[in-house]
Write a protein that binds this ligand. Sequence first.
Ligand code: GAR
Length: 186
Amino acid sequence: MVKAAVFASGTGSNFDVIMNTEDLACEITLLVCDNPEAQVIQKANKYGVAVFVFNPKDYPSKKAYEQQIVKKLQEAGISWIFLAGYMRIAGPVLLGAFENKIVNIHPSLLPAFPGKDAIGQAFKAGVKITGVTVHFIDEGIDTGPIIAQVPVTVLTGDTETELKERIQKTEHQLYPKVINQLIQAK
Ligand code: GAR
């Protein structure tokens, strides 16, 4: 079976959902995490998924830590990378080694509200429709060819927390489906 890695920096609810998808078309065999304190690491341990955790400050450059990441990915025989709350911009080393094989999920209808706190940005802007985007990554912040989008309506009286819950629920439904479509299309 095709082997894939998830990259995450935080809670890992998307990682959890991917791991619990019974008909997933790939095997998640590695978690890459840039934050030693991230909750997602405990989740990976629970599932017996190998973890490569690194602190970017321990490396002289992005090039240096990405070379280390690519080494780990190649040793593990990884062919796809799914970013799930990985709050770091990929550089040429990673992008070059996994061309058209790195996918991200973002909690807005890109190109609207890229970057951090996309849900808060949309809420504060007062938009009536926001949503979720899955896209291939490039060297930009939440840019790159869009693969799938699902709108989420901002309801009258919604709190930011309620909106976040609905957006995350939408992410959890969408990401495993898109992962399977991508892998099965190859
Ligand atoms: C998700 O909402 C994901 O879309 C977002 O981080 C959250 C991680 O949640 N990613 C970005 O904002 C990328 N720019 P999780 O750790 O519970 O999966």
